[in-house]
Ligand binder design. Sequence first.
Ligand code: CAA
Length: 258
Amino acid sequence: MAYENILVERPAEGVGLVRLNRPRVFNALNGPLMDELMSELAAMDADETIGCMVITGVERVFAAGADIAEMAEAQPVDLMRLGFIDRWDRLRAIRKPVIAAVSGYALGGGCELALACDMIVASETAVFGQPEINLGVIPGAGGTQRLARTIGKALTMEMVLNDRRLSAEEAERFGLVNCVAPVSEYLDVAIQMAAHIAARAPIAVQIAKDAVNMALETTLAAGLAYERHLFYGLFSTLDQKEGMSAYLEKRKPGWQGS
Ligand code: CAA
């Protein structure tokens, strides 16, 4: 499919890479870009040869937020009619893991897009922020909720109320990102992480992602019950039989994805 705002690659076996590609406007996330990104992620989710996805920008910027020019004159009803933020929500329906490889600015909707991914690999120059308060609004694509759940209330308040930005080192210290790598390496690190995940038992990977995400949605008791049912359910897969046989026979498992 021909896209105008993203670039799509297969950098390693089992890995789908999407590069946000509006560098002139710091990858501002306008409607067409978000539609293309979500369509491609859905296509990769349905592609059996892909096991894990990576979203990245360019070295200078991951994404500087929703496109301010696009929404500046909008009325609430316009945003509702367009499903302006609903596009971001489509990421939640993706079953395979998605890694954000972030270098430079991840601001506003850019920070929220990274937060909506399952893991974040940052370059040393990454800057995370929610500067919407400077525009007279607040984060609208999950920033207040996901940040509070990830780094806690105090720091989230600072970021959202006072445009406090986090360096890559701070983001790692506060548990926002999985790891920090030099600018020349961060994308390779993310791709390698994705390739390792893609080489694992596909159904178990997707179920594992679902189970972890449930921890953020529900009570401990309900989450534990959910996890237990998923665990039992995996014993209906060939991969469970293969994984445990291979362990006992001291050989490498060959995953079927079934
Ligand atoms: N929307 C639209 N255009 C943007 C943009 C955005 N979010 N961010 C940057 N751009 C554009 C600039 O307008 C500029 O375009 P022109 O050359 O045509 O003027 C171009 O990108 C380069 O930007 P700067 O000249 O500002 O570059 P800089 O290096 O001086 O600063 C920056 C870079 C710090 C990222 C700065 O551009 C900036 O602060 N951008 C806005 C960040 C922001 O407020 N994000 C929140 C958006 S609202 C949101 O995301 C809501 C939500 O929760 C969904």
